[in-house]
Design a protein around this ligand. Sequence first.
Ligand SMILES: Nc1ncnc2c1ncn2[C@@H]1O[C@H](COP(=O)(O)OP(=O)(O)OP(=O)(O)O)[C@@H](O)[C@H]1O
Ligand SMILES: [Mg+2]
Length: 261
Amino acid sequence: MVEPLNALRAEQVAVETRALNVFYGDTQALKNVSLPVARHRVTALIGPSGCGKSTFLRCLNRLNDRIPGFRMEGKVRVLEMDPYSKHTDLIELRRRVGMVFQKPTPLPMSIYDNVAIGARSHYGLRGKLLDEVVEQALQRAALWDEVKDILKRPALQLSGGQQQRLCIARMLAVDPEVILMDEPCSALDPVSTFRIEELMIDLAKDHTVIVVTHNMQQAARVSHYTAFFMYGELVEYDASKQLFLSPQQKATEDYISGRFG
Ligand SMILES: Nc1ncnc2c1ncn2[C@@H]1O[C@H](COP(=O)(O)OP(=O)(O)OP(=O)(O)O)[C@@H](O)[C@H]1O
Ligand SMILES: [Mg+2]
């Protein structure tokens, strides 16, 4: 059982937005979104395409800034940091808040270096210790067996699903406290999907995980809490059991039962 959202104490909230409005030029992508995210839990974000899920994730580690026309209002707090304060160290923010993107983003370098890059730059790891971190990250991302003999090969030669797991490994190697995953399983086969779902559940023992998914069964299986967005608004947010078994809003019910979206 998970705590009802309204029973969360301040120290149990790892991430929070208050009255968050986001615009890209004339398009308003998020409307007055106030969303506390529970520490050491998996929170799923669901909703039809274009409803603002990726935008929400990108606000948490300040990845929207460079998008032309981007503007935001409201408050964002991640751990004890305000990502938008000029006093916030962006390098520290990105170390403590890891992200896996909707489209895989391998760097034009070897498989090994893709995973090692963050552990090297943030922690100065080298040699055997770095090898161990790389292997462990690839194991947890369910990719090790496929790449252990080709670590020096360019990552861009991997398949789409392998690239996605490589990006998960790259994120894990830095061991961020908050993990943002944007449709991490969309390019994966059922076996890899199962292993990444197990990974999310396991990570939540000591990490805060926020995952965007279009797969309702996945949201119900892995998440403790689920937030349903539509047209940039947070329509319903609750413990996942509650939201999937007895949604309070008609729109939520229609969406989770596949009537639209
Ligand atoms: N770089 C951008 N420039 C302009 N508008 C954008 C940009 N990115 C997103 N938008 C707009 O913001 C809104 C929310 O988009 P967002 O990508 O957050 O949706 P989403 O819920 O992640 O959708 P999907 O499920 O398809 O990934 C959409 O109307 C989209 O067109
Ligand atoms: Mg998206």
